[in-house]
Design a protein around this ligand. Structure first.
Ligand SMILES: [Cu+2]
Length: 138
């Protein structure tokens, strides 16, 4: 009898733990949803008259963005004395012009229209110019 009772209690404890786990997961779901709405940060360094993205060595690389995603673009000017900016004319997106060794950022939502868009630094568009590829998240 005692063994059976203990067994029943054990099952109740397991059921309670599963219930708590379920509540915990339900509680975490909004957190996960909020996290997915956090802007994705893209760090663009302006150096040696070119853009470098997220620490990669390729100059003026194609930058991939997802349609509708929110991006925080950080422009970091590592070329003091030369004015740089990051502009996507088609979207009317532009950082402030940075003169010194400084950085600034802007948050924007990528338009839904997939395709390729030019990014550039207006004063140096001959050398500082690349393409943003907007892809469908599906
Ligand atoms: Cu520039």
């Amino acid at each position: 009898m005692m063994t059976v009772t203990r067994g029943a209690r054990g099952q109740m404890v397991v059921a309670m733990l599963l219930g708590l786990a379920g509540l915990a997961m339900a509680g975490f779901m909004p957190l996960l949803t909020d996290a997915s709405l956090e802007p994705r940060e893209i760090v663009v360094v302006a150096s040696d008259m070119a853009f470098y993205v997220d620490g990669n060595a390729e100059a003026n690389p194609r930058i991939r963005m997802e349609a509708g995603e929110t991006v925080r673009l950080v422009l970091w000017n590592k070329q003091p004395g030369v004015v740089h900016e990051f502009v996507v004319g088609a979207w009317q997106v532009a950082t402030p012009r940075l003169r010194g060794r400084e950085r600034d950022s802007l948050v924007f939502q990528v338009p839904e229209a997939i395709g390729h868009y030019v990014y550039e630094c207006s004063p140096h568009s001959a050398m500082m110019r690349g393409s943003i590829e907007v892809v469908d998240v599906q």
